[in-house]
Design a protein around this ligand. Structure first.
Ligand SMILES: Nc1ncnc2c1ncn2[C@@H]1O[C@H](COP(=O)(O)OP(=O)(O)OP(=O)(O)O)[C@@H](O)[C@H]1O
Ligand SMILES: [Mg+2]
Length: 298
C-alpha cells in the first residue's frame, strides 16, 4: 500500500529525514515509533503528498501521492485541525462536503463511525468543548468520512488519557479488521507492541523495521530484573556491563550487552556489597529495544 524509497529531506541545515525506506502492506497497522523531532511528521506529510522530499520516492497504491484520488487517503494531522466553534456534527458535515459527498451519504457514514467511536451522544456539542480524547476521535471520524482504504494518523493518542488511548486502539483494530491499512505514529513505546509492524525512527533514520516479535528476538537475553533491599537509583551507574538501568522502587530493570556475562558481573557486584538479591532474565519490552538501538544508555 505504501512504498517509501530512499527519502531524504533537509530543512535549512537540519536533516529531518536521511535515506528512509520502508513498506506498509495492505493488512498492516504500521507503527512509526520515535521521540520528539525524530522525523515522523515530516515522513507522514511526504507520504500524504503535503510536502516534497529532496530525494527519493513514495508510491501509494501503485501511484505517486499527488496522483491518487484524495478520497483514498485519510490523513489525520498531528495538530488539531477541527473547527472549535462548530459542533461535532457540523465538523463532520464540513469535512464530508470538502469531498463533495452528498449530505445523506455523509450522515449515513457519520452515524456508523460516531457509533464505533462512542460519540453518538455528543453530536451537538461544540468541538471546542470536547475532552482531548474526544477531539482526537472526532478528528479520526473526519479522516474516515471518505471511507479511505488507507489511513495515516500522526500521533493520534498524544496527551490522551490511558482509557481513551485504549479506546482509540480498539477502534483502529476494528477498522483494520474491516480491511483498512493503517499507518500510525506515536512516541509511546507501549503502543508499538500493538502494531503488526514497527519502524523505529531516530534523528531522521530508520533504526529497525519488523514485527514486534522479530524485533525483540535478538534481545531476548539482554534485559535483567534485579530485586534487592538497596534502594539507590544509581546503584548500577558504575558497572560498565550495564547499558541502561531503570529504578522502580522495588526492582531494577537493566539492559546489558551480554545476558549471561551481565548476570555474573551483577551477582559478584551485589555479593561484594553484602546485598541479598534476586536476579532474572525477562523478555525485552519495546522501550528496552529503543534504548539498545539508540545506544542511549552508553
Ligand atoms: N518546516 C520546518 N522547517 C524547519 N525545520 C523543520 C520543519 N519541520 C520539521 N522541522 C525539523 O525537522 C525535525 C523533524 O521534525 P518532525 O516534526 O518530523 O519530527 P516528529 O518526529 O514529528 O516530532 P514530534 O514527535 O515532536 O512531532 C525536527 O528537528 C524539526 O524541528
Ligand atoms: Mg510530529
Amino acid at each position: 500500500m505504501i512504498k517509501v524509497e530512499n527519502i531524504s529531506k533537509t530543512f535549512t541545515s537540519l536533516k529531518a529525514l536521511d535515506q528512509v525506506s520502508l513498506q506498509v502492506g495492505q493488512q498492516d497497522i504500521f507503527g512509526l515509533i520515535g521521540p520528539d523531532g525524530a522525523g515522523k511528521t515530516t515522513l507522514m506529510r511526504i507520504i500524504g503528498g503535503l510536502l516534497d522530499p529532496d530525494q527519493g520516492e513514495v508510491i501509494l497504491m501503485n501511484q505517486a501521492p499527488e496522483k491518487i484520488d484524495r478520497q483514498n487517503l485519510g490523513y489525520m494531522p498531528q495538530r488539531f485541525s477541527l473547527y472549535t466553534d462548530l459542533t461535532v456534527q457540523e465538523n463532520i458535515e464540513f469535512f464530508g462536503s470538502l469531498y463533495s459527498l452528498p449530505k445523506q451519504v455523509i450522515s449515513r457514514r457519520a452515524e456508523q463511525v460516531l457509533e464505533i467511536t462512542g460519540l453518538s451522544d455528543f453530536t451537538n456539542r461544540l468541538a471546542g468543548s470536547l475532552s482531548g480524547g474526544m477531539k482526537q476521535k472526532l478528528a479520526l471520524i473526519c479522516a474516515l468520512i471518505t471511507r479511505p482504504p488507507l489511513l495515516v494518523l500522526d500521533e493520534p493518542t498524544y496527551g490522551v488519557d490511558p482509557q481513551s488511548r485504549q479506546d482509540f486502539w480498539r477502534i483502529l483494530y476494528q477498522l483494520n479488521h474491516q480491511g483498512m491499512t493503517i499507518m500510525v505514529s506515536t512516541p509511546y513505546m507501549d503502543e508499538a507492541e500493538l502494531c503488526t509492524r514497527v519502524a523505529f525512527i531516530n534523528q531522521g533514520r530508520i533504526l529497525a523495521c519488523d514485527t514486534p516479535h522479530n524485533l525483540k528476538a535478538p534481545f531476548s537475553q539482554r534485559v535483567l530484573e534485579v530485586r534487592t533491599p538497596c534502594q539507590d537509583p544509581r546503584l548500577f551507574d558504575d558497572l560498565e556491563e550495564v547499558e541502561d538501568a531503570s529504578f522502580f522502587g522495588y526492582k531494577y530493570r537493566l539492559v546489558v550487552a551480554d545476558g549471561p556475562r551481565g548476570q555474573q558481573v551483577i551477582q559478584s557486584y551485589l555479593t561484594a556489597q553484602g546485598l541479598d538479591f534476586i536476579i532474572e532474565s525477562v523478555p525485552p519490552a519495546m522501550e528496552d529495544l529503543f534504548v539498545i538501538m539508540t545506544g542511549k544508555g552508553d
